[in-house]
Design a protein around this ligand. Structure first.
Ligand code: ZN
Length: 136
């Protein structure tokens, strides 16, 4: 079950410039910056009530974000939904005919297990599932 929109991901060319822009827009600063080496991205997060906005910048030209910006320009990249059990959701969605981009969840930014659904099976919207990693 999808519980809520966890964050909206926005692809940007320059995290530094966009942090300034979005701070002005929201009237508040980002609360963290995090590099995710495995994805070739740097991210920053803004908290707006229960929902976060994630700005995503490519750190190398092979990153999916670099390719996205090359094709489509800057803009909304994905919508991430909070799920309780990412493995159960991945199985459910697979059996419903959705295409998962990776067969196993990956470690994403912000202490999350994440998984993406291919946009060709979701009306062109890149969907991310994320589950908070419990620190025991
Ligand atoms: Zn995300």
């Amino acid at each position: 079950m999808f519980r809520k929109i966890e964050h909206i991901g926005i692809a940007v060319k320059s995290l530094e410039n966009s942090n300034t822009l979005f701070s002005k827009l929201f009237g508040k600063d980002h609360y963290k910056i995090e590099r995710v080496e495995s994805e070739g991205v740097s991210t920053s997060f803004f908290m707006l009530g229960e929902t976060k906005i994630e700005l995503v910048e490519a750190t190398n030209e092979n990153s999916a974000i670099a390719k996205f910006i090359e094709k489509k320009g800057e803009g909304i990249h994905h919508i991430a939904y909070d799920v309780e059990d990412i493995y159960a959701e991945m199985n459910r969605l697979k059996s419903e005919g959705f295409e998962l981009i990776h067969p196993e969840p990956k470690r994403g930014a912000d202490n999350k297990l994440i998984c993406f659904l291919h946009p060709k099976t979701t009306n062109g919207v890149l969907v991310e599932l994320c589950q908070e990693i419990q620190n025991s």
